[in-house]
Ligand binder design. Sequence first.
Ligand SMILES: Cc1cc2nc3c(=O)[nH]c(=O)nc-3n(C[C@H](O)[C@H](O)[C@H](O)COP(=O)(O)OP(=O)(O)OC[C@H]3O[C@@H](n4cnc5c(N)ncnc54)[C@H](O)[C@@H]3O)c2cc1C
Ligand code: FES
Length: 339
Amino acid sequence: MTHQVRLAGRTTAFDVADGETVLQAGLRNHLALPFGCQSGSCASCRVRKLEGEVAYAFEPPALSAAEIEAGYILMCLAQARSDLVIDLHQPPQIESLRPRQLPCRVQSKTWLAHDVLGLSLKLPKNSDFTWLPGQYIDLLLDDGRRRSFSIANAPGRGMLELHVRVAPGGRFAHWAAHEMPERAILRFEGPLGAFYLRDESTRPVVMVAGGTGIAPIHAMLEALTAGTHTRPVRLYWGVRAQRDLYIHERLLRWAREHDWLRYVPVLSDADDGWDGARGLVHEAALHDQPDLHDVEAYLSGPPVMVRAGKQAFAAAGLDADHLFYDSFDYAHETWPAVG
Ligand SMILES: Cc1cc2nc3c(=O)[nH]c(=O)nc-3n(C[C@H](O)[C@H](O)[C@H](O)COP(=O)(O)OP(=O)(O)OC[C@H]3O[C@@H](n4cnc5c(N)ncnc54)[C@H](O)[C@@H]3O)c2cc1C
Ligand code: FES
């Protein structure tokens, strides 16, 4: 039995067949829908269901109880059990942001920190590839595997900048750091994800990044500092120790130059000489602002930080409509090898 999915505020509708997810059906109908991992963990395909019923083969991992309560579904897992109306909340330029596959050339690689590699990737000449600051790409490896990395810069220079954490056992990162030939050609798919600044909102913004989770937020701030932005932004960047604050000076400078930006580095394992904030980064944000009813929040970084932040921020009054996040999950085929 098929069901119809209607997009709120548009004339568009499409059919979902039995056994098909809402995302599969939408893509089959050539709609530009937001998605990323297609396995329930990144929440890029999170949309609000206004009418109808869906079912899941298993609990949608990326959704909190508060999000489910607020009517959010993950299109990549949801199967329709009745006709549906969904609210996509898409940016107007979504058609030009359809994910596609392209080559790029490694222009340079630099150690940004002891365990973070900066990669500059040159886009093909005359490419019209663009993205919303905050989105990410999947690098397509030779053996068919994919690795997700946030684009750390704003569009406009014909380049993609990545901040790649080089963890022990990390296949792509190890290869990129130690074996990748100079000027290597890589392939990628993008832009992906729905982590971008909602500029239609006037709410003050709280940004919380953990480790290389600063990459998509750096892209957002690069765009904002180059424009006429005035909406207040408080950025909390959590890392282990001072040596991990690999773009600290730039963030300090931006905060000095722009009244609307406040930047708070937070160390979880600070030495005695550190007189700044300490502890868990989302707790530092809540310490400064315990009531989040009126803000809009953006979280990016390790899954454990994003999960804890989502829960704590919901408890502090933030509703799911004003919470956006990118959870830096590990590439899936490595899961069984761990733990
Ligand atoms: C939307 C999105 C954006 C991302 N953006 C970035 C980014 O900008 N920068 C960045 O550095 N990362 C980012 N990530 C995370 C990155 O994609 C993954 O960490 C990826 O697995 C790295 O690939 P790799 O081949 O280098 O390492 P992998 O071979 O995939 O291994 C990574 C490390 O994690 C360990 N590991 C693997 N699985 C687990 C697990 N389940 N639990 C604990 N440890 C595990 C491995 O042993 C190794 O140490 C992003 C992820 C997503 C989903
Ligand atoms: S695409 Fe649906 S959760 Fe990632």
